[in-house]
Ligand binder design. Sequence first.
Ligand code: SF4
Length: 206
Amino acid sequence: MKLSKKVEFITSELDKLYPNPDIPLDHENNFTFLVAVMLSAQSTDKKVNEITPNLFQKANNPDDMNKLEVNEIRDIIRQIGLAPTKAKNIKKMSQQLLSNHKGEVPNTFEELEKLAGVGHKTASVIMAQAFNTPAFPVDTHIHRLAYRWGLSSGKNVETTEKDLKRIFKREAWNKLHLQIIFYGREWCQARKTKCECKICLTTNDA
Ligand code: SF4
């Protein structure tokens, strides 16, 4: 199948399956969204949503978060991976917001990526979902599916991001990011156990 046809088919299938994909991480504002995204690295959204109500009840803004000791944050988030590092980063990031950004989450890639614990993927999620700026954060599901659908070489996430941005229309990136993650979770596990889904079979066979 020609790339343009493949892109059309994938977009239309994803639109049928997930017409209005919701942000899966529970949050109250941009600050709590940033914290939730930081917590989600190497964890599941479900687990993050289980622990954040307790954390956000104590601190849903940088000022209150900065008043918590690192150990307190760590104890609240201890059920998720890398809790000690994430606790330190959340405290430091809150201090940086207070010192450099009047307590607000900044809305540029450059400023976001200077915050403790915030890499390009986290910054891309915030830019896309909180500030509605086109971005294509590549998580493990997107990286795997881009390769299995023949859209990218699978070399590394940087290449996958570049390829997907070249292939799909800019205005579709934010929605596609969520749709592909949902598709990956539902249909395409890392170990191929459920290989009967339409997109891969149609686009790779034709
Ligand atoms: S056919 Fe298999 S490899 Fe392809 S998207 Fe579906 S589950 Fe993944």
